[in-house]
Design a protein around this ligand. Structure first.
Ligand code: COS
Length: 383
């Protein structure tokens, strides 16, 4: 749902200009330094990019899902690192509070997340609990008016920058499954919480992940999301439904950029006396990329509209995440192929983007987990 087409077009046009004039020219610097420059971050805050999805009453732009995916598609024409720094505040680092938080929790955290003053992060994955997220072992033992957290989380996006974490931990210490998991809001400076060194990754320089360790971290009982034990896994899954749809949009944005780079190169590069774009084997790669990109874009928009109508989109989000993240990998591969030897060189953006987009098939649920979710939903509908 687009609430006000005119002002939304203005937002998209402003963003497109920012991406073109500020972000893309800065990409190589981000890749070289592994940091997003402070002036770019300031501009992103000024544009409201940290609070796109946070409801207006808490200081955000309150975008609908359709608006959100269109913004992600535009933003992700630039290096995914720029999306990543705002990604957790708009997605997994805030949505647990937006979806299931108490009024007090919303009032306390959402305005600062919306402004970008605070970076939010989502701590589900553990060294021993990746795809099998419900097997997590981080514990939260009740102690009077507090809970005491112990355990370790792994590959936590924006942990080095985060001021607040949504942490999934086991409150029913005898349980082994999802039913014993609760979600907590844990502030960065709580004694006993430590963040490891940023991970060294294949790509996505400028976007950071790290371990987060909880060593007798005492948090007030009021930091239990929704004020209720045992619903934390469901909160996490609801957050991921939305996040997966967003990753589909992120993949579409990156694919648009990759195709653009490939097309420009094919039109300029001459071999056998003519631009390589004139060769039908190159055209086939361009055409397949465009067709798949269009399909991913269409399905993502359709699922977003469905969510805006209040429908559950668990299956659709997984379909979109699966298809779009696999699609962008194929588009990236073809973009490198069209560039020939140049595509293997760091002088060309496609070399970096090829490595960056590989993550999309892994995080927020691997392609295999999306297949599992889709198949389970299909079977459930028959029972
Ligand atoms: N929305 C609401 N509730 C959901 C849900 C969703 N999308 N998905 C699951 N649930 C509920 C289930 O209904 C079930 O509740 P009941 O027992 O009351 O019916 C509960 O949550 C447990 O669900 P399920 O039995 O399906 O859990 P599993 O342990 O089988 O795990 C998968 C399900 C594999 C899908 C889940 O662990 C997963 O998504 N893994 C990947 C994790 C991931 O994406 N990690 C990325 C890092 S986080 S950025």
């Amino acid at each position: 749902m687009i609430r006000d087409p005119e002002s939304f077009k203005l937002l998209l046009d402003t963003l497109a200009r920012f991406v073109r004039e500020r972000l893309i020219p800065c990409e190589q610097q981000v890749a070289d330094t592994d940091e997003i420059p402070a002036d770019i971050l300031k501009e992103m805050r000024g544009m409201g990019l940290f609070g796109l999805t946070i409801p207006e009453q808490y200081g955000g732009l309150g975008l609908t899902m359709e608006e959100e995916v269109l913004v992600s598609m535009e933003l992700c024409r630039a290096s995914p690192a720029f999306r990543s720094i705002v990604g957790t505040n708009n997605g997994i680092g805030s949505q647990g509070i937006v979806i299931d938080g108490t009024e007090e929790q919303k009032r306390n955290y959402l305005p600062r997340l919306a402004s970008g003053e605070l970076i939010g992060s989502f701590a589900l994955t553990e060294p021993g609990a990746g795809s099998d997220a419900a097997s997590l072992t981080t514990s939260a033992r009740r102690d009077g008016d507090h809970y005491v957290l112990n355990g370790a989380k792994r590959y936590i996006t924006n942990a080095p920058e985060a001021g607040v974490f949504t942490v999934m931990a086991r409150t029913d210490l005898k349980s082994r499954d999802a039913s014993g998991v609760s979600a907590f809001i844990v502030e960065r400076d709580t004694p006993g919480l430590s963040v490891g060194r940023p991970d060294r990754k294949m790509g996505q320089r400028g976007a950071h992940t790290a371990d987060v360790v909880f060593d007798n971290v005492r948090v007030p009982a009021s930091s239990l999301i929704g004020g209720k034990e045992g619903i934390g896994f469901k909160t996490a899954m609801k957050v991921l439904d939305k996040a997966r749809l967003n990753i589909a949009a992120v993949s579409v944005g990156a694919a648009q950029r990759l195709l653009d780079e490939a097309l420009n190169y094919a039109l300029e590069r001459k071999q056998f006396g003519q631009p390589i774009a004139e060769f039908q084997l190159v055209q086939a790669m361009l055409a397949d990329s465009q067709a798949e990109l269009y399909a991913a874009r269409s399905m993502t928009l359709e699922a977003a509209r469905k969510r805006d109508q209040g429908e559950r989109i668990t299956m659709e989000a997984s379909c979109c995440k699966l298809f779009a993240s696999e699609m962008v990998s194929r588009v990236a591969d073809r973009a490198v192929q069209i560039h020939g030897g140049a595509g293997y060189m760091q002088d060309y953006a496609v070399e970096r983007l090829y490595r960056d987009v590989r993550l999309f098939r892994l995080f927020e649920g691997t392609s295999q987990i999306q297949q599992l979710v889709i198949a389970r939903q299909l079977m459930r509908a028959k029972r």
